[in-house]
Every structure is written in C-alpha cells, then in structure tokens.
Design a protein around this ligand. Structure first.
Ligand code: ZN
Length: 558
C-alpha cells in the first residue's frame, strides 16, 4: 500500500534518509499521517499533535509542513502511539492511533509493536512485509476537538540577558536562565572558546578560578610581625565560638603559643589580593550593600568573612525569594535567610551572607553582583499600630447565654503588636445586624476590623453575607492554613479611606496559633495579601499541635 505520494519502498528510503534507518514505527506512522490527512476537508490549514516522542513525529515532519521547529507540530508525550491533525483555526481534527485489536492478522507486526519478542528473534523481512500489507488497516480514527490551551502558540514574552551566562532567555523563567538554575546538563561550564586549542586552556583556567589562587602558608613561628589574612576561630565545644584572631591583626610572639593551642601549625599571612580575585570581606560587604533594603542594617565589618543583617524596626520580612535562590545558584557565595513573611523584632538578625573562599574569583563576584543588581533582596515592612474594631458574632453570645471568649484573645494578640482595640461589638447571627455593626466600628475609627466566628458552612453562619452587605471588596475566603482554613480577608471603604477586614474562624478559641497569628503582622505592616500569597504559604502552614506550643519558633506560618 502506498504512503501518500510514495510507494512503500520510496517512503522507506525517505525514512532512512531522514531518520537514520527505516524504523518500523516510522513506516506505520506514514500510513497514520496520510489517513488523518485524508479525513480533513480539502485545503484545511492544519497543525499536529503527536502523543509520543518516538518515530511518529518524524513521519509528520516528512509528510507534512508541520515541524517541531515551526511550531505547527507539538509533542504531548502521553505515551500513546497516536497522531492528531487538526484545523489550526477551529481545533477540529482527526486522531489516528494504532489499534492493537486490528493487528491480530499481522502477528509479526503486532509482536513487534507490543514488544513481545526479543529483537534478535524478530523476522525483519516479515515485519516490513506485514507493515506494507496492513497499511492503514491497523489504525483507528476518531473526530476530536483540540482545546484552546494546546492550540495557542505561546509567545516567548519579554527577553532578558542572564546575569550569569550572559545569554538571552525568556524573562518569565526568573532572575537567571533555566540553564544557570541548574537544569543544564553540562556540569561546570567552561565559558566561550574561540578555537579547538583554547578549550583545554579555558577548562584549566576555570578549574583554577574555582579552586582559588595559590596561597602560601607560613609556619606559626615565622608569622610573628605579620598580619593575619583572615579571621581565625577557636572552637571550644559547648562554649561560644568567636574570632580569636581577626583579619589584619598583627601576630605577636605571645600569639605563637595561642595559635598552637588552637591547633594551628601554619597560618596564612596578609598578602596583596591576587589579580583576578576579591577578598572575602570586600565581597561580603559589596553583596550586603546590594541586598539590604528598607529598614535593614548590617555591620560594615564582616566577621569571619560573613555579614549578618538586622531589622532596624520591628516588622515583617519581605523577601525576594526568586532572586535569593538565583544568588545562591552562583558558585562560591551564599546567603541564608529567615522565611518571607515572618515577624522580625527590631535589632534582631534575620539573614547572613558571605563568599565561600577566602579569595573570590572576580568573574564570580561580577555574576553575583549582577544577580543582586535588580534591587534589594530583603526589606522589613514596618509594623504600624492600627485602630482595631472587634466584631463578635453569635446569637448565643448576643443573648448572654454564653460568655464571649473571643474579644479578649483578639485584644491580647493585637496589643502585643502595638495596636489598640478601639471598639468591640457583639451582634446576633444576622446579616443586617452585622452590616450595621461594621458601620458603627468604622465610624469609631477602626482601620482593621476583626470579626470572629460565623465563617463555617453552617446555615446560621452569616458573617460573610453581613460583610458583603456592608460593602466588602477584594474578598479572599478560605486559606491554606491549618488551623484557619475558613479565614476571610477583604477591604471596606471607611470614613478615613479604607479599612482591612479579617474574619477569624472559631479555631482561634482553641488553638494558640492560627491563621490570625500568621496574617495579623502582615496586615499591620500594610502588606497586600492576594490569593497567590496565601497559596505560597501553604508549605509549612500545617500546625503540629505540639503539647507545648513554641510558635513562632516552629515551621507554622512560614
Ligand atoms: Zn544563564
């Protein structure tokens, strides 16, 4: 049976020329493609979807204008030997697949297709004969509609230059290209070379740069009168670890014994920084200046090559996670940091950075700086005191049948962060009453309204309805936080402009730490909280319910 305009033998030759050898799958693929094409209306401009990466895509490329490169063929590797040709404007098309049931009349082809025989036991001549005889009769087809998502050709979007490899890449991939994010399969890259002979030299130079310059160590006794090249640490188990000698410190005769008791027989003494390298202290300082944003301070003198970052004010750590990762993908540098969104008290350290080797290769230094050049890695969003209105809902509480336990819990947590509760209102489970109460609290000057309870799926739980009646906008209901799944966030127009709203579910009565504790600092710091922000928090937001709660010194809320 012919394959389109070709005889079987002609197509076999074409397949061999294109694919390297006339693979049986490619020959069957030829029949499949032609079968699909015959069922498309004459003159249809079509694209292709192939469900396997093996052989079949080449049949499409030999017989149609659709190729991987021009984007008219897509491989969606579903592992099935099937091809779909479809109208590129409407998505209507024909899917053809190998029907194993119809293959029964062709045992050699079938056993090849299902891998029932070892390759050595195959009868190739018979296999090719069967494939030719069978032609398209071993295929089935159906009419399909290809969805928009698959049909749309994704445009590449904005193009950036990767600060590490200096090559162009889609900016949507992140701060550095995916190759430099670790997806490239080449191990250490050797940089550009202009000729064959240069390859070896470049490789050597790269190896040397990553291992650092050659330093000469001096026996301790000969170091007297010279300056220490780097901080030296005495480690006493169980005691504090600090720099016993600092970089630049002159080593005296009396120090020889001290160094020896620290277990040092040789020391590095000060020397000029070798060409093409940056001293660790200089590197750390340069990084720190680029990393620190608003309300972040650090000592100008690195300790043991490292600089720590401190909050100048109490606030919420706002971290550019993507670029923190990009920075740490650069070899020979590091920055470790507390989690995005945590509360950091004024004067407390929250991050540290350093160069790993004593002398950092200038090229590496440049790359690391390039990653940092787009703006600071971290800022502290200052916590500002807000006037808080507490709205307690619950008919039983309103009627005095049970005592409200919520307001004191909320008041305590709010006051601990420096804010003040300006009004508490208790209303029954009634949407109108809730809406009216919201108005009262806003008039009392509330900038943040915290409602409690009434947020579950119970038909009497009407807090959400009441808030919407009061004009709630930007509502987020439900959060990936346990406890606290039924959390509500939103905004209300107020006489003073705008007020934030947080609905705290009943779990806040029984658990020491819930979504309220996690989100309150962010609200007080004036941070936007969007669906994506909540989604990003999901990892870690599962409370361990420890017998003794140590929140925030645990993974919860990070
Ligand atoms: Zn790159």
């Amino acid at each position: 049976m012919d394959i389109g305009p070709y005889t079987f033998e002609e197509f076999k030759a074409k397949a061999a020329a294109f694919h390297g050898y006339p693979a049986p799958g490619l020959l069957i693929g030829g029949y499949m493609v032609e079968l699909a094409r015959r069922h498309l209306p004459e003159g249809t401009l079509f694209d292709a979807v192939v469900e396997t990466g093996k052989c079949l895509p080449d049949a499409v490329q030999i017989l149609t204008p659709c190729t991987i490169g021009n984007g008219w063929m897509r491989i969606l590797n579903l592992g099935r030997y099937a091809v779909t040709l479809y109208d590129k404007y409407t998505g209507d098309g024909v899917r053809v697949w190998v029907d194993v049931d119809k293959m029964r009349a062709y045992p050699e082809a079938r056993s090849w297709f299902l891998k029932l025989k070892k390759k050595a036991d195959q009868d190739s001549d018979r296999l090719f004969r069967e494939i030719e005889e069978a032609g398209e009769t071993i295929c089935s087809l159906s009419l399909v509609h290809v969805d928009d998502r698959t049909r749309k050709h994704k445009s590449m979007g904005r193009v950036g230059i990767c600060p590490i490899c200096a090559e162009a890449y889609p900016s949507s991939d992140g701060a550095i290209c995916r190759g430099c994010q670790g997806e490239a399969p080449y191990g250490d890259a050797f940089g550009p070379v202009s000729g064959q002979a240069a390859v070896h030299e470049t490789a050597q130079a790269t190896a040397q740069a990553s291992s650092g310059p050659r330093l000469t160590a001096v026996p301790v006794a000969e170091a007297v009168g010279k300056k220490a090249l780097h901080d030296m640490t005495r480690i006493v188990p169980g005691e504090s670890k600090g720099a016993e000698f600092q970089a630049g410190q002159v080593i005296t005769g009396g120090d020889v014994c001290r160094l020896q008791t620290m277990g040092r027989a040789h020391v590095y003494v000060e020397q000029d920084t070798p060409d093409g390298f940056i001293h660790e202290n200089e590197a750390a300082l340069a990084f720190a200046r680029l990393m620190a944003g608003e309300n972040v301070t650090f000592d100008e003198t690195p300790r043991e090559g490292k600089l720590n970052f401190r909050a100048a004010r109490t606030g919420v750590l706002v971290l550019d996670r993507q670029r923190l990762t990009a920075f740490n993908m650069v070899p020979d540098v590091m920055c470790a940091c507390r989690h995005h969104g945590v509360l950091v008290e004024a004067g407390k350290d929250f991050a540290g950075a350093r160069a790993i080797p004593l002398f950092l290769a200038a090229e590496t230094f440049r790359k690391a700086q390039a990653v940092l050049s787009a703006g600071p890695l971290f800022t502290i969003a200052e916590i500002k005191p807000l006037r808080v209105g507490v709205l307690v809902t619950g008919t039983e509480v309103f009627q005095g049948l049970i005592e409200d336990k919520f307001a004191p819990v909320i008041r305590d947590k709010v006051e601990r962060l420096g804010s003040q509760v300006v009004a508490v209102d208790v209303v029954p489970d009634d949407a109108h009453a809730i809406a009216r109460s919201v108005g009262t609290l806003l008039s009392a000057g509330a900038e943040l309204i915290v409602t409690t309870a009434g947020l579950s799926v119970d038909p009497d739980d009407v807090t959400r309805k009441g808030l919407l009646e009061a004009g709630l906008t930007d509502m987020l209901y439900g959060a990936p936080i346990l406890p606290g799944a039924m959390t509500l966030l939103g905004r209300l127009a107020s006489p003073a402009g705008s007020a934030r709203v947080m609905g705290v579910p009943a779990c806040a009565l029984f658990h020491k730490a819930t979504s309220f504790d996690v989100l309150l600092p962010r609200l007080l710091a004036g941070l936007e909280i969007k669906r994506a922000d909540l989604a990003e928090m999901s990892e870690g937001n599962f409370c361990l319910n420890c017998r003794t709660c140590v929140f925030p010194k645990c993974q919860f809320g990070k």
